[in-house]
Design a protein around this ligand. Sequence first.
Ligand code: NAD
Length: 249
Amino acid sequence: MESHKKKVAMVTGGGSGIGFAIAQKFVENQIQTIIVGRDENKLKNAKSKLGDFCEVYPCDLSRLEKIPELVESILKEFGRIDILVNNAGTNMKKNFIEVTDQDFQQVILTNLVSVFALSREVVKNMIKNGSGNIINISSMASQYGLPKVIAYTASKSAIEGMTRAMATELSPQGIRINCIAPGFIITDMTGKAFDQDPDRKNRAISRTPLGEMGKPEDIAEAAYFLISPGAKYVTGTVLPVDGGNSIGF
Ligand code: NAD
């Protein structure tokens, strides 16, 4: 716990689901955690549960022009950013031929381009500090083919490639970059989809060797490991946290 004191983390999409659980794990370990998201009320509600180690910075990350000033204002207040968790994401389920160019671009903008733009701004500070930790969140959609999520799959597959490229370029400067590929985790994003489609839910569970859906806390534990000194020799990896779903038959 001692080693994390005075560290500053940014968690995008930290107002709900997996991002909230990661923020919770960080604040429990006295990491000053800034949660970023579009919905100010949702973020404030999250802060009321997370307490003094949490700060709220509303920002729609798909508005790329806002990202440099977001990072600048965080640096003005906190002086440094040690940890960035690129967790915010959006999904779109549509038949392949019904996805418009605009639909596709919107998902890529939120899930990929904004991750690059935010990482670039944060990495400028991490290079100055000579240290840093970035965690990207991909999905089992990039481990195997899922139907009707073409743009989401493209974005999450790109995140994994970008993790490796960032790690080779930035690790020599003390910055570790890793990726977590969550399996089926119970959150708002999946809860609704599965409630409307019990067959899909059963299929997901039947090919998950550990026999149940995951919890946001399962991803938070993995994220905490990856930013900890215990993972100091780990960079450029994609860690599935999926109950074995990606290797299940
Ligand atoms: P969620 O909907 O609870 O969280 C997504 C968060 O991202 C929300 O807080 C949302 O407000 C935020 N967000 C979306 N677009 C944004 C934007 N333009 N600017 C700022 N914030 C934005 O869903 P979740 O399940 O917690 O998902 C978190 C991450 O995990 C996503 O990247 C998702 O793709 C990934 N994931 C989730 C699962 C799962 O089973 N739940 C599986 C694989 C991957």
